[in-house]
Ligand binder design. Structure first.
Ligand code: NAI
Ligand code: 15L
Length: 274
């Protein structure tokens, strides 16, 4: 795939958190054209640096001093680390809520001017699938995980208003090599489209705090990116390619959350710790 990088020069050093995760492993390859040095971080084990273009830095996002040290010397942050599914509040608290605060405080103190934040469709997960949403639609988080992403978006908004640190918050739908079920026919984001979105999020000037839905050009999309038009994100892929395979799957019951709510099964997770 050819990546359009004419909007800006490669960064000197880019930080990717969540580098051991599903998307982190994909982005470890895809972010290479955007930076001379890619600093990779996670609390989980990562593959060693392949050469001098990579720095591997284990770090727990819940540890404020460790995150401060991690961010030293980077030009921009792609923040994908954290708990990525619904869990108890206590599990979400350190990685996602304290973690996003630590990232922004470190960015402020090290004068980092741009963050790309992996938010999620689960900030609006309790909207029904027949509704069409944009970035100004009411948020309806579908759990503690979705709430933590709301908090992250608000943190981004505050750090722009107060300190001028710009963020693009990506409300990612479902980013996998291919859609896995009927709901993902609407929410799927291909890896190529994710890469284009990251390129736009890193290089577009004057983004302030922009919220953009991370979704491919699927036939039945629930989300309208009119308020992120300045990013120039034009998804190229569509879940339609997989429709035959998905339609061969058993049809869920009409009252199954995956057929009703945009957040699918997340809306019925929990309660925890009873
Ligand atoms: P993942 O769970 O595979 O990766 C997340 C990574 O964060 C893991 O490697 C984990 O070890 C790390 N992490 C967790 N707690 C940590 C801590 N305390 N300190 C440091 N690292 C920690 O998730 P995936 O799918 O790669 O998602 C990446 C990001 O994108 C996440 O923030 C997720 O919420 C977001 N996202 C992903 C979507 C998807 O379809 N894959 C959809 C919407 C949002
Ligand atoms: C997310 O936010 C999760 O990180 C991911 O695991 C998927 O479940 C995705 O949303 C989704 O809604 O499909």
């Amino acid at each position: 795939m050819s990546i359009k990088t004419d909007a800006g020069q490669p960064f000197n050093r880019l930080l990717l958190t969540g580098a051991a995760g599903g998307l982190g492993k994909v982005l470890r390859e895809r972010l290479r054209p955007f930076t001379r040095i890619l600093r990779l971080s996670d609390v989980a084990e990562m593959a060693p640096a392949r050469d001098e273009s990579e720095e591997v830095r284990p770090c727990d996002l819940a540890d404020k001093q460790a995150v401060y040290d991690l961010v030293a010397g980077v030009d921009a942050i792609v923040h994908f680390g954290g708990v990525s599914v619904e869990r108890s509040f206590e599990e979400i608290l350190g990685a996602n809520i304290c973690g996003v605060f630590h990232i922004y405080e470190a960015a402020r103190r090290h004068n980092v001017r741009r963050v790309v934040f992996a938010s999620s469709n689960h900030v609006i997960g309790f909207h029904k699938q027949d509704q069409r949403l944009d970035a100004h639609s009411q948020r309806r988080p579908d759990g503690y995980y979705g709430l933590s992403k709301c908090y992250g978006e608000d943190m981004a908004s505050f750090y722009f208003d107060r300190y001028g640190i710009e963020t693009v918050s990506l409300r990612i739908g479902s980013s996998y090599s291919e859609p896995k079920n009927r709901r993902m026919m609407s929410t799927w984001l291909s890896f190529n489209d994710l890469t284009q979105l990251l390129e736009r999020a890193l290089y577009t000037p004057d983004v302030g705090h922009t919220v953009v839905y991370g979704v491919s050009d699927n036939r039945n999309v629930w989300w309208d990116n009119r308020y992120a038009a300045h990013l120039g994100f034009k998804p190229q892929d569509s879940s339609e390619l997989y429709s035959q395979h998905i339609e061969s799957q058993p049809m869920p019951a009409a009252d199954d959350p995956s057929m009703i709510y945009q957040g699918g099964a997340f809306v019925s997770s929990g309660p925890f710790n009873d």
